[in-house]
Design a protein around this ligand. Structure first.
Ligand SMILES: C[S@@+](CC[C@H](N)C(=O)[O-])C[C@H]1O[C@@H](n2cnc3c(N)ncnc32)[C@H](O)[C@@H]1O
Length: 278
């Protein structure tokens, strides 16, 4: 199958797999608790930006919308944001602005080029495809992409807002790159044969990037920033990369008296959401 697909169509299929199925229905009580917590900690009629809002499964847009003067929704994936607005019946609200931006600066072409590295080796090598041969090439591509990312200032796409909310975003910023690798390996039944340097490279990048990302978020929040991160993905599993670095970074940056920690069970494989408030 891989032979006939272009890297671009593989990219599209991979992106279509993104997201947790049925999360809007399954996360209702968690969403209600989290949204109520946010509203209780936000003054009425202020400006609020939600970064990485997606389809808004973590946060009830109707409740927030009713309570604020201005609501800015930011995401790289404009289709998700529109789907979310439709779900909440808010397509015509004049309080809402939508901003499409990429917090990390990786283009679609970067992802397609990364896929092409694996795809062309699979096509060329067929059953001789070797993780040890293609892994280093993919790793070099990741390095090039990260170098480009690190040369740019982070742009959240918004100016100052009274409150800035980012829930479940830190762990997703770069996860498409290891994910592409995993999915492509799965296609040729080589999954599990991971190339550990790919994860190390990702961790290195997150150690550099997350502190800058947090600075940008805290810098945009006039009153408070709410940063929601997973603490683990299942009862025994580790904290996801990105969330891990954010947890450590916020501990360093935000004085403990300003760090109100709200904990809740995130219904995705028993994870926990940790909300840190500036
Ligand atoms: C797990 S979802 C969080 C969804 C949201 N908190 C909610 O209430 O459902 C993460 C979101 O971050 C967005 N995202 C991931 N990487 C991004 C990037 N580099 N720039 C902008 N948005 C990004 C994704 O498109 C996705 O909608």
């Amino acid at each position: 199958m891989v032979k006939v697909l272009t890297a671009e169509s593989i990219y599209q299929q991979i992106m279509d797999l993104y997201g947790v199925e049925d999360s809007y229905e399954r996360w209702e009580s968690y969403r209600n608790r989290l949204t109520d917590y946010l509203i209780n900690n936000i003054d009425k009629d202020k400006s609020v930006a939600i970064l990485g809002v997606g389809e808004a499964n973590d946060i009830d847009l109707n409740k927030i919308h009713e309570y604020v003067k201005k609501l800015t929704l930011v995401d790289i994936d404009i289709d998700s944001v529109h789907a979310g607005l439709k779900k909440y019946g808010l397509e015509n609200s004049n309080k809402i602005s939508i901003v499409t931006t990429d917090f990390v600066g990786i283009s679609k072409k970067d992802y397609i080029d990364a896929i092409e590295i694996i795809r062309s080796d699979i096509v060329k090598m067929q059953s001789m495809f070797s993780v040890n041969e293609t892994g280093p090439k993919y790793l070099r591509k990741m390095e090039d992409i990260f170098e480009k990312v690190n040369r740019h200032e982070i742009d959240l796409g918004i100016d100052e807002h009274d409150y800035v909310i980012a829930v479940g975003v830190h762990s997703q910023l770069f996860d498409r790159l290891p994910w592409i690798w995993e999915i492509m390996l799965n296609v040729v039944k080589k999954s599990g044969l991971s190339f550990p340097d790919i994860n190390n490279k990702l961790m290195e990048q997150l150690n550099t990037f997350i502190p800058k990302f947090d600075d940008a978020i805290l810098g945009c929040a006039k009153e408070k920033a709410f940063i929601g991160i997973e603490t683990r993905v299942n009862l025994f599993g580790p904290t996801p990369q990105g969330a891990l670095q954010a947890n450590e970074d916020i501990k360093r940056k935000v004085e403990s008296k300003n760090r109100v920690i709200y904990r809740d069970t995130w219904p995705y494989r028993d994870g926990l959401v940790l909300l840190i408030v500036k």
